[in-house]
Design a protein around this ligand. Structure first.
Ligand SMILES: Cc1ncc(COP(=O)(O)O)c(C=O)c1O
Length: 476
C-alpha cells in the first residue's frame, strides 16, 4: 500500500472507515460489558465537542498553554476532595490507568534510589489480582515482583502472607479498590498500615473504583476505606475514562505530597534542544482528553453521578441474582461494586461466551491461573441498565446450548503438535494459527476451541504464543 498520489474526497475516506469498522463490537448496543463506558448520546456528543475544541492544543508545555495547566489542577482538586485528600495532595493527568500505575511505580523506585541507595534489587509485593499494569511497570523499571495468591474464597489480598514476604528490599505494595476481575476491595487499611510501619510505598489502585465507590458509600453500601483518609496510602490511581465517563485517555495519578510526586517526573536539559520537563510519560500530547474530562465532570455534576451510581448498583444486583439463579453457574467471591466474574463446574465457559456472542453480547474470558478456574468477567455499566432481563434469559439459553457442544478437539490436535515439536513449537506458530482457523488477520467466528487451548497452557506459554500471534497480526 502506498500513500494515495492525490487525496481522496472526504466522503470516500469516511466510507472506507465505515467499511473497516463493520466487524467492530457495537458499543452503543448496550450488549457490551467493558471496553467502552457509554454515558449516552447527550454526554458523549458534548464530550466530543470539547475534545475537538482542544484537540490541537499541546500539553507538552504548560507555559505555552496555561489553560491546560489550569484544567489539570482543577481535575486534581476535584478528585483529591472526592478521595479525602488534604491540600498537600497533588497529581497529574495521564493517558489511562496503566500510565498512572507506571508513574506510581517509577516514583517509588526513584524515591528509594535516593533514600535507600543500598537496595540493589528493589521488590514489589502484588496480590495475584493486582492489575497486569504493575507487572508491566516492574518489567519496564527493573523491579522484582513477588506475587501473593489472594484468598481463594474472598479473592482479597492475603494480609498475613503479604507481611511474611516483606524483605529489606521491598519498596512497594499495592491493593485494589476494587480488583478488576472479581470486583472485590482488598484490605487496604491493613495493608497500608503495614507498609507505613515498615517504611514501604503503598499505592491504592482505584482505577476502577476511585470515582464510583464514594457514590456507592453515599447510597448506603458498606465501602471500606481505601483513599487518603488512610495515613499509609502514598498514591492513588483513579481513571476518569471509566466510571466518570470522560472520553478515553483520561486518568489521574495522585500523591499524598509534592515531595513524593517529584519522583515521578523527568527533566532533561543536556542536549541541544528545549529543556524537557515531563510530569508524566508522554511528552507532546493533545489537550483534547484533558479538556473533555474536565468538561464532562462539570457537565454531569455530582447529583447525576449519584443517580448513575444508583442505576448501576441496581443493574449489578439484577445480573448477580440472575447468575445465581442458574444452577450451572457460580460467582467468584462477593463482588463489591459493578465488576464480577462467574464460572461453571459442568459447562465449558468458552462455549457460553461464544453462544452469548451469537446472541449479540460481548463478554470477556479470563484464563485459569494458579487454582482459580477460567471464568467470565463482566464490567456492568450504564449502557447495560435496562437490559439485564434480556441478558439473563440469553445467558440461560447459552448455558443450555453450551452443554450440548463438544470440547477438546483443537486441543488434542495442538497437544500432538506440541508433543512432536517440543520447544520448536514456537517456530510453527503459523501452522498453529492455520489449525485454529486464524487466517488473513482474522480470528475464527467461534473462539472456544482457541480459548480452550490457551487455557490448558501454562501462563508463560500463553504469553509466548500470544506475543507471536500478535506480532503476526500487526503486520500489513
Ligand atoms: C483495577 C484496574 N487497574 C488498572 C487498569 C488499567 O487501566 P487502563 O486500561 O486505563 O490502562 C484497569 C483496567 O481495567 C483496572 O481495572
Amino acid at each position: 500500500m502506498k500513500i494515495p498520489s492525490s487525496g481522496m474526497k472526504d466522503a470516500e475516506v469516511f466510507a472506507k472507515l465505515d467499511e473497516y469498522r463493520k466487524d467492530d463490537v457495537d458499543w452503543s448496543s448496550g450488549r457490551v460489558f467493558g471496553y467502552v463506558f457509554d454515558p449516552g448520546k447527550e454526554i458523549m456528543d458534548f464530550a466530543k465537542k470539547v475534545y475537538n475544541k482542544f484537540l490541537t492544543e499541546n500539553a507538552l508545555d504548560f507555559s505555552v498553554y496555561p489553560s491546560l495547566l489550569r484544567l489539570e489542577n482543577d481535575l486534581v482538586a476535584m478528585l483529591r476532595d472526592h478521595l479525602r485528600g488534604d491540600d498537600q495532595v497533588v497529581g497529574n493527568f495521564t493517558s489511562g490507568g496503566t500510565e498512572s500505575i507506571l508513574l506510581a511505580v517509577k516514583a517509588a523506585r526513584d524515591y528509594f534510589r535516593l533514600h535507600r541507595p543500598e537496595i540493589e534489587t528493589p521488590e514489589m509485593i502484588l496480590p495475584s489480582t493486582a492489575h497486569a499494569a504493575f507487572h508491566k511497570a516492574a518489567h519496564y523499571f527493573g523491579i522484582k515482583t513477588v506475587t501473593i495468591p489472594v484468598d481463594s474464597g474472598t479473592f482479597r489480598a492475603d494480609v498475613k502472607e503479604t507481611e511474611k514476604n516483606i524483605t529489606g528490599n521491598t519498596i512497594f505494595m499495592t491493593g485494589s479498590a476494587p480488583s478488576y476481575t472479581q470486583g472485590v476491595i482488598d484490605p487496604i487499611a491493613k495493608l497500608s498500615d503495614i507498609a507505613r510501619q515498615k517504611g514501604i510505598w503503598f499505592h491504592t489502585d482505584a482505577c476502577m473504583g476511585g470515582f464510583l465507590l464514594p457514590y456507592f458509600k453515599r447510597l448506603g453500601r458498606a465501602v471500606p476505606d481505601f483513599d487518603f483518609s488512610l495515613p499509609g496510602v502514598n498514591s492513588i490511581s483513579v481513571d476518569l475514562h471509566k466510571y466518570a465517563y470522560a472520553p478515553k485517555g483520561a486518568s489521574l495519578i495522585l500523591h499524598r505530597t509534592p515531595d513524593l510526586r517529584k519522583f515521578q517526573m523527568f527533566a532533561f536539559s543536556r542536549w541541544l534542544g528545549y529543556t524537557m520537563i515531563n510530569p508524566t510519560v508522554q511528552s507532546t500530547k493533545s489537550g483534547g482528553p484533558l479538556a473533555a474530562a474536565w468538561a464532562v465532570l462539570n457537565y454531569v455534576g455530582d447529583d447525576k453521578y449519584l443517580e448513575f451510581a444508583k442505576n448501576k448498583l441496581e443493574a449489578t444486583r439484577e445480573i448477580r441474582e440472575g447468575i445465581e439463579s442458574i444452577p450451572e453457574l457460580y460467582l467468584l467471591g462477593q463482588p463489591e461494586m459493578t465488576l464480577l466474574s462467574f464460572s461453571s463446574r459442568e459447562v465449558n465457559i468458552f462455549h457460553i461466551i461464544d453462544e452469548m456472542h451469537e446472541r449479540g453480547w460481548y463478554i470477556q474470558p479470563s484464563f485459569s491461573y494458579q487454582n482459580i478456574p477460567a471464568n467470565i468477567h463482566l464490567s456492568i455499566n450504564l449502557s447495560n441498565v435496562g437490559r439485564t432481563g434480556e441478558f439473563i434469559s440469553d445467558l440461560k439459553e447459552s448455558v443450555k446450548k453450551a452443554k450440548t457442544m463438544p470440547s477438546g478437539q483443537l486441543l488434542s490436535g495442538v497437544r500432538e503438535m506440541m508433543d512432536e515439536q517440543g520447544e520448536d513449537f514456537l517456530e510453527n506458530v503459523d501452522s498453529l494459527m492455520a489449525l485454529a482457523g486464524m487466517e488473513q488477520g482474522r480470528l475464527p467466528e467461534r473462539m472456544a476451541p482457541v480459548n480452550e487451548v490457551l487455557d490448558s497452557m501454562s501462563p508463560q506459554w500463553r504469553e509466548k504464543i500470544l506475543l507471536e500471534v500478535t506480532n503476526r497480526f500487526f503486520h500489513p
